[in-house]
Design a protein around this ligand. Structure first.
Ligand SMILES: Nc1ncnc2c1ncn2[C@@H]1O[C@H](COP(=O)(O)OP(=O)(O)OP(=O)(O)O)[C@@H](O)[C@H]1O
Length: 164
């Protein structure tokens, strides 16, 4: 998938659905209160071809590329190739409420598919200008039972930290 095709797919994923823009009937209260991201989703084929780091739809910063290559994370797994560019766009748009990328993202995949790097890489890259990785905290749901777990990445990002 080339870059423009990949970004088109991401934009389609994030675009509001037609019925959100022009509701034709009154919806039940439970539906209205449901989180928006549950109605916009994308299925990633775990058996899809791996993506070389240099071919990501949104490029990584040079120190991040070097750290990932040096530690054997090239190419990326399918979930990583989909989620990393999306989260990089989300990080850029974090303060722009009008952007379709200004949103939360929930990633669900079986164990071992590479979720950790999928969310850690964009977090670290977004923090890189400040070089304050010790302050880098995110809250991924580690399981449906433990959806509020807080994960402090400062102890888990040794690979990326080496090059920063
Ligand atoms: N692009 C990659 N290339 C090679 N190895 C990778 C890559 N991404 C992750 N790995 C390795 O694959 C293994 C599984 O990755 P990881 O633990 O991130 O999966 P996960 O989906 O987060 O699993 P869990 O649900 O158990 O947390 C780890 O040993 C990790 O170092």
């Amino acid at each position: 998938m080339d870059e423009s095709e990949h970004l088109l797919k991401l934009r389609a994923l994030l675009a509001p659905k037609a019925q959100d823009e022009a509701p034709t009937k009154k919806r039940k209260v439970e539906e209205v209160e449901g989180p928006d991201w549950t109605s916009r989703y994308c299925v990633v084929d775990a058996a899809a071809a791996l993506t070389p780091l240099d071919a990501l739809a949104v490029p990584l910063a040079e120190p991040m590329l070097e750290a990932l290559k040096k530690n054997g994370f090239d190419p990326l797994f399918p979930i990583q190739a989909m989620v990393i560019p999306l989260l990089l766009k989300c990080a850029e748009a974090a303060d722009d409420e009008d952007s379709a990328y200004c949103c939360d993202v929930c990633v669900a995949a079986p164990t071992g598919q590479g979720k950790t790097l999928a969310y850690a890489v964009p977090i670290v890259q977004a923090k890189m200008p400040y070089r304050a990785l010790e302050d880098c905290v995110a809250e991924p749901p580690t399981s449906t039972r433990n959806a509020c777990a807080r994960v402090d990445f400062s102890g888990n990002l040794d690979h990326a930290n080496h090059a920063l």
